[in-house]
Design a binder for this molecule. Sequence first.
Ligand code: FES
Ligand SMILES: [Fe+2]
Length: 447
Amino acid sequence: MNPREANFYVDDRVSEGVFRVHRDVFSDPEIFELEMKYIFERTWVYLALENQIPKPNDFVTAWIGRNPILVTRTPAGKIAAHLNICPHKGVQLCPVEQGSTKFHVCPYHGWAFDASGKNVDIKDAKAANYPAAFNAISHDLMPIARLASYKGMIFGSLSPDVPELETFLGDMKTFIDLAMDQGPHGMEIVPGRATYTYRGNWKMQMDNAMDQYHLTSTHVSFMDVQAKRRSGSGNTEARQFDWDKRLSQEGGMFSFPYGHTCLWLNQPEVEKRPIYPVLDEVRSRVGDTRAQWMLKGRNSLFFPNMQIADSTTLNVRTFRPIAANLTEMRVHCIAPIGESPERRTWRLRQFEDFFNPTGLATPDDTACFEAMQRGYAARPYEYLQGYYRGMEIVQQGPDATARELGVNPATSLRAPFDSNCETSMHAAYREWSRLMGAGFAGKKAFE
Ligand code: FES
Ligand SMILES: [Fe+2]
């Protein structure tokens, strides 16, 4: 391939009022291959929550791009992450999402590995007549290059050449805090998850959580159902929101280095948030400002593969690119450890309503993604026009809202909900372009 300059794909000329993304970014299989190499395999990627693997030998599987990863709690209680690939003939070793086992045994020829990735058995090794050169090489699972956690969220990198995780996250740590500090005893994944694939590019989901503009057209039926339920019929446990009240609220966005962004919205019906009844306790731990921020709607994107969404209910969404036109989603509802059954039920009903693949909102989004993917096969259009809203009011650096929260974003914007800014997607494409450009030029991703 002879790729064009990265700035051909992301035409970032904000001083001239232009921010355009080329449609090939979503549909070209060669671009997809390069994204795996230059983005997913060269930066930090979210893997799992630490408390998915609380005890020795617990494991959870994850992905870094197309690389299957096995995240384990070792017998010594440490967190480890290895390529989930048997070194013998390359079989994906552990086929399930989560569990606990002392030994991972390969289904093909039976090699076995312990929870620290060590090869503990090569079947029939004595009769194998292996040459000395074979005995001299490691048969253990391959550890990933970097592994680190922040507030119980585990990130990994296949490349050693990445900044420290805390540097990579920067002030986005605050938005992890706003999710992970909601419970006095920490946060946990509510058992189960929603998972589904859609026939569209991974960046459609990346954009979608930063896209308020679609709400009043894509999710009309969800809003209508909620309006009916507020009259007292049907699912009342979910404390149905009144979306009309939200549409007049103030909101905004902050963007940060390395492609991360948070979109926020003042929420009028704070009493419908499951942490509302325990807000005094929360306030006593995190202070008034942060407690108030926990009630706001927040959609945070941690480039390239994870979102913490807390606008209808708190959840972590990861997207796994499989092909240019195929993506797998996993959505985990997270909740305070030890919260009351009543609040847990309330939270779960809100989660199911919106985020389940059979919910009232997610299928509308995925139907649009698939329609976009079909549209991207068409010519002669080249550039999308979906990144311009709000460009006139973006300010460099922190605004007063950012200062109040104590974060220092690269750009800020504050505007009523119905201005529906699309600048919330710029940082991710800027980072996309930076990483792809470094790759095209044969340079390191991080200097
Ligand atoms: S491929 Fe795993 S033991 Fe052969
Ligand atoms: Fe949506």
